[in-house]
Design a protein around this ligand. Sequence first.
Ligand code: SAM
Ligand code: SF4
Length: 323
Amino acid sequence: MRDNFGRNIDYMRVSITDRCNLRCRYCMPEGARWVPMSEILTYEQIIEICTEAAALGIRKLKVTGGEPLVRRGCPELIRRLKEIPGIQQVTMTTNGILLSQYMDELLRNGLDGVNISLDTLDRERYAWITGSDSLDEVLDSIMRALESGIKVKINSVLFGDEASDEWKSLVLMAKERNIDVRFIELMPIGYGKTFEPISNSRLMTMIRQLYPGIETDESVHGNGPAVYYKIPGFKGSIGFISPIHGKFCHQCNRLRLTSKGILKPCLCYGEGIDLKSVFERKGEKKDDIRRAIRQGIEMKPEGHCFEKKESITENKNMIQIGG
Ligand code: SAM
Ligand code: SF4
């Protein structure tokens, strides 16, 4: 379905939990609280919402969280999402801790691709960012995913001065492997407001100094706003997702469904449509859900306002939204 600005909305990020086995400082630091399970959408409700979304033109789903793999039955949900008429692609974003354990089942159930979040290859910094000494598990999952032949992308958020050299080893991951390493600018959402982002333009300048041959990669890599580059001799590509310094709202194709069932038209604003409450009403829900999703698409604003922090109305943390 097209929104009021002519954009084709065909992609929905579906958060299935606000729980996580990590405590990334900019997302869900130590001490933050979970939402009770009774307030979280059931898998049945998620399937119903995605079915109606597909009827309105959503073709691609990204399962996210919290950490999606900590919710029991996640691989089975993937299978059911894949069966929805009209859905062409189901992918997942994960911190990678449990991925190798579930990889076979996820593949059998039709997972089309996986984004693994990894902000550093330095063991100490990894533990400092995430609160957990589990870098080895993540690296193991990356290798397992690559061996399986599924499309793998690494998502890295760089922040603070200490990260100024971080990119070097992350970029090198794309040298010998067919893997996209993508740098996402830290957004001023929730705890993200408390850290200094490293801009992708600054990062690109540093990468270009080391790899002057870096050039635009025109091939299509996915559903989103990433701009890709190739470094000569590298098997994989380097991507930049620059919500702050490279506003891409004119090509925004997405909706977000939070684990509590709020349909979010834009990451920047608190407005959303409460789809969970539709399930609390008596009678046939299908038409109400479809109407609410249509309304969500119509509510999409022309653009975000991350450049004007005082205009941001979203107060949730990223762990409640799903990235
Ligand atoms: N647990 C999974 C993971 O880490 O990939 C899925 C959920 S996590 C919220 C999804 C993505 O959002 C991660 O790549 C994470 O780094 C990113 N993220 C969290 N807070 C962010 C922020 N303030 N700005 C930019 N990206 C953020
Ligand atoms: Fe958990 Fe992902 Fe947030 Fe880290 S970024 S705390 S892994 S949800």
